[in-house]
Design a protein around this ligand. Structure first.
Ligand code: MFK
Ligand code: FAD
Length: 518
């Protein structure tokens, strides 16, 4: 076995090696907060390439399994996940990956800190970030709409730093008739006569966090007196349920099968039959979709986080490879065309990071900025930024991950190099939590009233023209142009509006990214 052996790419500390991330945190966090969190981020940056990465690798190598019957033909539906996967739950708790967002020690900047940690560690966690995203959304939903009991039990666990207490949550919306359009939901909720609350029966077609402790789900109720149901999504209510009873047995749930997926292999995504699962209604009857939107608007930010951080990890690998690889007599990292290729990847990454952290800043401000009017303004801006973020990052940044894979040549295509996994996993982000088209249609819901606020903010962002001598008038021209389109669109037929919604969303996202980069 003589001959040339290529030095493999090496990952460095995932915080220290990321000046773009440090720059954004320096920009958004007050100096004392920046200083206060640096040590923790450095520590996590190291864990992301050592023990956490090892747990993620273990989870990637040992996929979940389902045993439906024991050898006495008793239905057991035993779901087994890897040691690495289970340990990642403890890591998430200890690192405060949810807790930080709710302890709010950094006030309105707590979300920036929390998401920076997820950004650093996420790509090493074999998609444990998926249950964490839903856990985050569930915590916020309980904070806003939960009962006192839910706050004392579930919320306390979802936001705990103690691995023994920490819970994760699922989110069951999708059924066989539809995931984008949940109006066909077949699951029914019936009020029990024996004091067990609501009993839920139906079929949930995708459940990703099947090993979670609790879930939120949509179901249809019947009018008590007439027995009739209200059709469509406005007949749906939201329910909270615990997956297991006090003995650890599934609570009226049968696991039909585990999904055979393109990526997210460590994640136990299953099809579930519900047969009298006990649950409690959250929010008002028939307001299920509007109430669960609290979760959606958080998990959509997490989806963009996942794609952005997967891109960052892929880029880090490709950059290291370029430094170690010699082609045509010189380092790949000095070949002009390759440098230009890497620069293109970096540009997409910088754009995605800017948009993502801007949304995260708005999230924190909307939740707990001390000034009420600022909370409201950030909430309004967030409402438009979230679909733009989800649709642009999860869709438009994907080719950059493919490019990073190609930048490592044939070895890029090999599992061990580490990019293939990122590419597979990131691919799902444009589908779950609402596809790109669903985000574009969501934009149509709000763009009319919110565009003036968006326009003002974007112009404000580029008002430091003199600092950089950049052609800010270009941003203003683009905004004026889009404004004309939006005004014109209001007189179009609905079909025409929908057909152009995606173009509108991508255009608005690009303008915002441009302004943020400036
Ligand atoms: C690493 C990251 C991991 C992330 C976790 C991944 C795990 C995977 C989990 C999943 O994929 S869970 C399933 C996610 N499913 C979706 O995202 C559903 C996609 N479909 C939509 O988003 C539809 O737009 C939706 C079902 C929400 C609504 O469709 P409809 O039936 O046409 O509802 P409608 O009548 O337009 O809206 C009902 C109410 O909700 C309205 O309020 P009002 O009744 O007060 O008028 C809407 O304004 C409100 N609403 C809808 N979307 C909203 C919203 N409010 C705030 N924010 C939104 N985004
Ligand atoms: P459809 O709604 O049939 O969409 C098909 C295509 O039609 C899409 O491209 C969509 O953009 C487009 N489309 C739909 N409506 C319109 C329209 N009006 N105009 C234009 N285009 C439109 N769901 C859960 O509830 N919980 C989970 O834990 C969960 N985990 C998942 C895990 C994985 C790995 C995956 C892949 C999915 C998961 N999902 C989960 C389901 C996911 O949320 C849905 O697949 C998604 O919302 C799309 O729904 P659908 O599959 O029914 O596709």
């Amino acid at each position: 076995n003589q001959g040339f052996k290529q030095e493999p790419p090496v990952l460095q500390n995932q915080y220290e090696d990321d000046p773009a991330l440090q720059g954004i945190l320096f920009h958004y966090l007050p100096h004392s907060d920046f200083e206060a969190v640096t040590g923790d981020l450095k520590n996590l940056g190291q864990r992301a390439i050592t023990d956490i990465l090892a747990l993620g690798d273990n989870a990637e190598q040992h996929h979940p399994t389902l045993t439906q019957y024991d050898h006495w033909c008793r239905r057991i539906d035993k779901l087994e996940t890897s040691e690495g996967w289970r340990a990642l739950k403890g890591v998430a708790a200890e690192e405060g990956l949810i807790a930080i967002g709710y302890e709010r020690k950094l006030r309105q900047f707590s979300r920036v800190y929390q998401f920076a940690k997820l950004y650093v560690a996420g790509p090493s966690m074999a998609m444990y970030t998926c249950p964490l995203a839903m856990t985050d959304g569930a915590a916020r939903l309980i904070e806003l709409h939960g009962t006192q009991d839910m706050k004392e039990t579930a919320f306390a666990r979802l936001t705990s730093r103690d691995p023994a207490k920490f819970w994760t949550s699922g989110q069951w919306m999708t059924e066989r008739p539809g995931g984008s359009d949940v109006g066909g939901t077949e699951t029914e909720a019936v009020k029990s006569s024996d004091g067990r609350g609501w009993l839920l029966s139906g079929f949930k077609w995708f459940s990703s966090a099947t090993d979670s402790d609790m879930t939120f789900l949509l179901a249809r109720t019947r009018d008590q007196s007439t027995g009739s149901v209200k059709e469509g999504s406005r007949g749906l209510s939201l329910f909270y349920a615990k997956l297991r009873d006090s003995d650890g047995n599934l609570n009226g749930i049968r696991v039909h099968r585990l999904k055979n997926k393109f990526g997210t292999k460590a994640l136990p995504t299953a099809e579930l039959e519900l047969d009298n699962l006990p649950g409690s209604m959250v929010g008002s009857e028939h307001r299920g979709v509007a109430t669960i939107a609290v979760i959606l608007n958080i998990t959509r930010i997490h989806s963009a986080l996942c794609t952005t951080s997967s891109l960052r990890r892929s880029y880090a690998i490709a950059k290291s490879y370029a430094e170690k690889r010699v082609v045509f007599g010189k380092s790949l990292s000095t070949q002009p065309l390759h440098l230009a290729t890497l620069a293109d990847i970096d540009m997409t990454l910088r754009g995605a990071m800017q948009l993502f952290f801007f949304a995260v800043l708005l999230l924190g401000e909307s939740e707990c900025h001390p000034d009420e009017s600022r909370r409201a303004l950030s909430g309004t801006l967030l409402r438009i930024t979230t679909p733009l973020l989800k649709m642009w990052v999860c869709h438009e940044a994907m080719p950059a991950i493919t490019e990073a894979l190609e930048a490592c040549g044939g070895q890029g295509y090999m599992e061990e190099t580490g990019i293939a996994r990122q590419l597979r996993d990131a691919q799902v982000n444009s589908i779950w939590e609402g596809t790109t088209n669903v985000q574009a249609l969501d934009l149509l819901r709000i763009v009319g009233p919110v565009f003036p606020v968006y326009r003002k903010k974007v112009l404000e962002l580029v008002s430091h023209e003199s600092l950089l001598k950049l052609p800010v008038s270009v941003v203003k021209d683009a905004l004026d142009y889009v404004q004309k389109i939006i005004v014109a669109m209001q007189s179009w037929e609905r079909d025409q509006q929908e057909a152009k919604a995606r173009l509108l969303g991508f255009a608005l996202a690009r303008i915002l990214i441009g302004a943020l980069l400036i």
